[in-house]
Design a protein around this ligand. Structure first.
Ligand SMILES: NC(=O)c1ccc[n+]([C@@H]2O[C@H](COP(=O)([O-])OP(=O)(O)OC[C@H]3O[C@@H](n4cnc5c(N)ncnc54)[C@H](O)[C@@H]3O)[C@@H](O)[C@H]2O)c1
Length: 370
């Protein structure tokens, strides 16, 4: 089987607040050095300036002009396309969020069916061990821990955490959290569960960077939770960050009854549920029921009259708070697979993704009666 032309078209993102990019100037340069032609749509929303792409040799094209791109140029994007009925004739590489029966899943796939295009979903690009080749976990944990520390700082001042805005870079985030803690970082004790995973490592890294004592960063993973919850240890820290990858039903880590029963005898002030299994019936932190947002980052858990507040953060798009670093890390992890994309008809990571697409497409065609 022969390889296809070495080309990519980075489209703009249209999802509100999405500043990240699947391809950064750093990785675009590496593709170009390997003989690729990289078209980049001008995009004010993206954290990277258009000029950064131009400098490394990308060809800039008009914003949102991909529908008119030559049919054989693969379109690279991050988040889902704006809702529409128009057929999709191109090959798209992106997160489409339509393989798990999400709302509107079959109508998204119907657009590919009608247009004759192909979807390679970034969520389902796996290495030979079944691990995602690229995921945003590290910066989700990092940003989640930062939001947790900010909520803790606000609480200490008798306030609720106000709206969160994306930071220019990691240094700005760390400096802001330190400033808001006002020198209290040595007083803070945190527990990260899922500490060996992507998100968990990011959360631990943030706590280190803002200056917590290493002894005050408790790191738990499967071994520590094997005894089964609920865990008193969670009530004995200031900030608890949950970063587990939930696969089966497990005993809850924390319950409303437990919080009620300890009354004023609780140190815990902030729970950050990075895992965000909010509507999952097996959510191990069944003390809240909504996803919080950047404009309203916390929701109060029910704690009983006279007890200190317990704020929960359950934002499901945390890496958006650090668009530059999150994009750089994701794009760097994706690069080896992108370099192999011209051989997508025989390279395993891509043939697996295409097989999955074809299965889902067939399911959607039935549902949509195509
Ligand atoms: N909120 C967000 O913005 C955001 C962003 C990215 C990922 N996530 C979510 O975060 C979760 C973790 O993702 P990841 O990429 O870090 O996963 P990962 O597989 O890299 O890490 C998960 C870790 O959890 C541990 N774990 C699993 N079950 C456990 C248990 N019962 N007790 C203790 N540890 C346990 C695993 O051993 C592993 O170390 C996923 O649910 C993912 O969807 C959320």
């Amino acid at each position: 089987m022969s390889d296809k032309e070495k080309r990519f078209w980075l489209r703009c993102e249209t999802k509100p607040f999405e500043r990240r990019a699947a391809l950064t100037p750093t990785t675009a340069r590496k593709l170009i050095n390997s003989g690729f032609t990289v078209y980049v749509e001008r995009d004010q929303q993206r954290i990277f300036d258009d000029s950064e792409y131009e400098t490394v040799g990308c060809k800039l094209v008009e914003n949102n002009s991909w529908p008119n791109a030559p049919i054989d140029v693969p379109i690279l994007g991050l988040k889902e396309l704006a809702v529409s009925d128009s057929p999709l004739p191109h090959t798209h590489v992106q997160f489409a969020h339509c393989y798990k029966n999400q709302a509107g899943w079959s109508s998204v796939l119907a657009r590919f069916y009608r247009g004759g295009g192909t979807l390679y979903d970034l969520e389902f690009l796996n290495d030979a061990n079944g691990r995602r080749v690229a995921a945003f976990g590290f910066h989700a944990g990092f940003a989640g821990a930062a939001a947790g520390a900010l909520a803790y700082a606000a609480q200490r001042n008798g306030k609720k955490l106000g709206p969160l805005e994306p930071y220019a870079d990691e240094g700005a985030m760390v400096a802001d959290v330190k400033a808001k803690l006002g020198g209290r970082e040595k007083e803070v004790k945190a527990l990260v569960i899922g500490a060996l995973g992507r998100c968990g490592r990011g959360a631990v890294d943030l706590f280190r960077k803002i200056g917590l004592d290493e002894n005050n960063i408790l790191k738990w993973d499967l071994d520590e939770t094997a005894k089964g919850g609920p865990f008193q240890e969670i009530l004995d820290v200031d900030v608890f960050v949950n970063c587990i990858y939930l696969t089966t039903q497990i005993p809850p880590f924390l319950t409303e009854e437990q919080i009620y029963s300890v009354g004023t005898n609780r140190r815990l002030g902030v729970v950050v549920d990075v895992s965000c299994d909010t509507t999952n019936p097996n959510n191990p932190i069944p003390i809240y029921s909504v996803n919080t947002t950047f404009s309203e980052p916390t929701v109060a858990a029910v704690v009983g009259a006279g007890n200190s507040p317990l704020d929960v953060i359950s934002i499901d798009h945390l890496p958006t708070l650090l668009p530059r670093e999150a994009s750089e890390q994701f794009s760097a992890d994706l690069l080896p697979s992108l370099l192999e994309f011209p051989g997508r008809d025989h390279v395993r990571v891509w043939t697996d993704a295409k097989r999955l697409y074809e299965e889902k497409l067939a399911e959607a065609a039935k549902v949509e009666k195509l």
